[in-house]
Design a protein around this ligand. Structure first.
Ligand code: ZN
Length: 348
């Protein structure tokens, strides 16, 4: 069995790995089918980590995957061999104080695939074969492709961001940053009934995808840096803003356009940024973080299965997993790529 292993910054290899061990009841062995390359995978590849999170040992990357069930530990359970599934990478412990509070995304013992936050690192899911808990498996409808199934994970991130924002039905919404997460969020906002979705990015191909996903209006702020000024009159226009780029400038520009008592959800990881606190205070703006997801994963698969959200516009490329280096270099080129999906050789 082979896996995509990041040894250090710019050192990505397809390496042999041990076959998974015996199954216990409640577990299943799956053949990984497709894997979406995420921004965090790219950070490990390009920079050996992000912020204080650094690679300290080789780590299998990947946490956005679909798969086909190959063996089940408990033949009397709900799952059958051959079923096509999306795999949730979120594995909270269920026993810590945050799990007990109903906040499993803040689990103190989280075992999220392909994460160098703990040491030893949690090995990821870009591998041909994987043993998972049955609770991680979510069956895909026949009409949902395995590539779409791999996008349930970033879709869940968008759904959780909306949970953090509160009601968006009938609201005017600003989204800054139209990478895969931003664009899947836009699709979710449209499904959730937002009245108007204004999308901002620096790249035209990202904005073209945003329009396909349901953005009402798009602005390229590289070409037109003051495009958002029109929304800042009379204390601002938007009820809700999602900052998905991680750019301090985008956050500052957006804050000027958010109406009093608006909600700003920061999805992008921006490191240390300065914000105009006077604007936040005087307009009584709620600034909220959002991090990962947990129950939203099942909701994301349900939305895919019921065709409520079409994620296909977000998939720009599919590349064989053995060409991992080319796939990661492509994913890092924002002028070409939106979501690059790795193909592990399982036919649809
Ligand atoms: Zn926990």
């Amino acid at each position: 069995m082979q896996a995509i292993v990041c040894h250090a910054s710019k050192d990505l290899r397809v390496d042999p790995q041990e076959e998974p061990a015996e199954l216990s009841p409640g577990q299943m062995r799956v053949r990984v089918a497709r894997g979406g390359i995420c921004g965090s995978d790219l950070h490990y590849y390009q920079h050996g980590g992000f912020g204080a999170v650094r690679l300290k040992e080789p780590m299998v990357l990947g946490h956005e995957i679909s798969a086909v069930i190959e063996a089940v530990g408990d033949p009397t359970g709900d799952f059958r061999i051959g079923q096509r599934i999306s795999v949730s990478p979120s594995r909270p412990c269920g026993g810590c104080k945050f799990c007990h509070k109903g906040q499993p995304n803040h689990c103190l013992n989280m075992r999220f695939y392909g994460s160098a936050m703990p040491f030893p690192h949690v090995q990821g899911a870009f591998r041909e074969s994987l043993v998972i808990d049955a609770s991680q498996a979510h069956v895909l409808a026949d009409h949902v492709s395995l590539a779409e199934g791999a996008l349930a994970e970033p879709l869940s991130v968008g759904l959780h961001a909306i949970q953090r924002a509160g009601p968006v039905f009938g609201k005017r919404v600003l989204v800054t940053g139209c990478g895969p997460i931003g664009n899947l969020l836009i699709g979710s906002l449209r499904a959730a009934g937002a009245a108007q979705i204004v999308a901002v990015d620096l790249a035209d191909n990202a904005l073209e995808c945003a329009r396909k996903m349901g953005a009402s209006v798009t602005h390229n702020t590289r070409q037109t840096p003051d495009a958002l000024q029109q929304y800042s009159a009379e204390k601002g226009y938007f009820d809700v803003m999602f900052e998905v780029s991680g750019s301090a400038q985008a956050l500052r520009d957006g804050l000027a356009c958010v109406a009093p008592r608006g909600v700003v959800v920061t999805v992008g990881l921006g490191g240390d940024v300065s914000i105009p606190l006077n604007v936040l205070v005087s307009k009584e703006i709620d600034l909220r973080g959002t991090f990962r997801f947990h129950p939203e994963f099942a909701q994301a698969v349900d939305l895919l299965n019921r065709r409520v959200i079409d994620v296909l516009p977000v998939i720009s490329h599919t590349v064989p997993f053995k060409d991992a280096v080319q796939a990661f270099d492509l994913a890092g080129d924002k002028t070409q790529a939106m979501k690059v999906v790795l193909d592990f050789g399982v036919p649809d």
